[in-house]
Design a protein around this ligand. Structure first.
Ligand SMILES: [Zn+2]
Length: 374
């Protein structure tokens, strides 16, 4: 039985453990102990050492029905800030924060669902395919844990990433590519009252460049943002330095390249006009993917929805998740709804009933996969 109340309590236990990105030792230890309690052996990989974090990814293999494809089941254990000292406020099955932190449903809801799933499968001896359970670290700072995984050690033929939104039945089947960009703009300092003509304002260069570039929602599948501008020390000094950070995302590779070039060129041209210089740091953050409706990984989840009476729905993702990385490494993966709403804010909340539904959904999905192998 999937017990909503027990899931609610376990979720609260998990979110009370602080786990900002790269500080995941305690939560990984706790999850590992819970797996051990179920009789599931696990390993921790070297992602912690690779990333300069406290802990690696936690990986467990659970044998299943012979002849069925191995299925990856994933959630990430790190949470965004402000996410330390989380004090979950429970009202019935509804869980909120005390207003000072996020709730950490992204992605402790996913972790809770995976634990409930495993107990359910093992306790009640439910047929399921072989499973690779992967709890990843450092997802929120750029999918770093998933990138650090040794993907050659995974056998999975498809994957379910438990890191979705609130509405049950929603399957996220695609994600954009993204560039993260930063610029160091160099002007020249001068006394703003005595000899401003000797100065080159880095703020002016940054401002002109930003004003010229298209930002926000550029079309249905492309977005761009400038998120950080830092510059200046005193009102009477022409600012010699400015630091700017931004990003652009698109489901279309060509549109992504075009917008990236537009942003980079805007800074270069503004710098040239004023005699300044600009260094750009441009990184491809993650690669897009798209899973068709009739691909097995999506079709199984879809049919499980219908079986349970949820309304199956395909949604485009707006951001990156570990699913990007698994897809990039040849494991077709989709993201399933897990329940939390308003994630990454202090208003985040979660109805534990949704988590229980998500666990039932995943159980049903795996059940269909196992049944078709027999
Ligand atoms: Zn997440």
């Amino acid at each position: 039985m999937i017990d909503t109340q027990a899931m609610c309590e376990e979720f609260c236990e998990l979110v009370r453990v602080d786990s900002p990105s790269l500080q995941e030792a305690e939560i990984i230890r706790l999850l590992r102990a819970k797996l051990t309690e179920m009789g599931i052996g696990s390993q921790i990989d070297d992602a912690g050492a690779q990333l300069g974090g406290e802990a690696g990814n936690l990986i467990a293999h659970v044998p299943g029905v012979e002849g069925a494809p191995t299925v990856l089941v994933n959630a990430h254990v790190d949470t965004v800030q402000p996410g330390c000292g989380i004090s979950p406020q429970v009202d019935g099955t509804c869980i909120r924060t005390d207003g000072t932190t996020v709730l950490g449903g992204d992605d402790k809801a996913g972790c809770t669902i995976i634990l409930a799933l495993l107990r359910h499968l093992l306790d009640e001896d439910i047929a399921h395919p072989p499973l690779e359970i992967v709890f990843t670290v450092a997802e929120e700072i750029g999918l770093c844990g998933a990138y650090a995984l040794d993907h050659d050690r995974l056998d999975s033929e498809m994957g379910y990433v438990l890191d979705g939104g609130r509405t049950m039945g929603t399957i996220t089947n695609s994600a954009p590519s993204a560039y993260r960009m930063s610029w160091n703009i160099h002007g020249r300092a001068a006394h703003a009252g005595v000899c401003p003509e000797n100065g080159i304002s880095a703020i002016r260069i940054a401002a002109e460049a930003i004003a010229e570039m298209p930002l926000g929602r550029l079309d249905e599948i492309t977005t761009a943002n400038i998120g950080i501008v830092e510059a200046g020390k005193a009102a009477n000094v022409v600012p010699p330095l400015a630091y700017v950070r931004g990003e652009t995302r698109s489901h279309d590779a060509e549109k992504l390249e075009k917008q990236k070039d537009t942003m980079v060129n805007a800074f270069e041209e503004a710098a040239r006009r004023h005699g300044g210089e600009v260094e750009a740091d441009v990184r491809l953050n993650y690669r897009s993917f798209e899973i068709d409706r009739d691909e097995p990984v999506l079709d199984y989840a879809w049919r499980a929805c219908e079986k349970l009476g949820f309304d199956p729905k395909i949604e485009r993702g707006g951001g990156g998740s570990d699913a990007n990385v698994f897809n990039e490494h040849g494991i077709p993966s989709v993201i399933l709804a897990t329940g939390p709403a308003e994630v990454h804010t202090v208003d985040e909340w979660l109805d534990a009933e949704r988590m229980a539904e998500s666990a039932r959904w995943l159980t049903a999905t795996l059940g269909i996969i196992a049944a078709e192998a027999e």
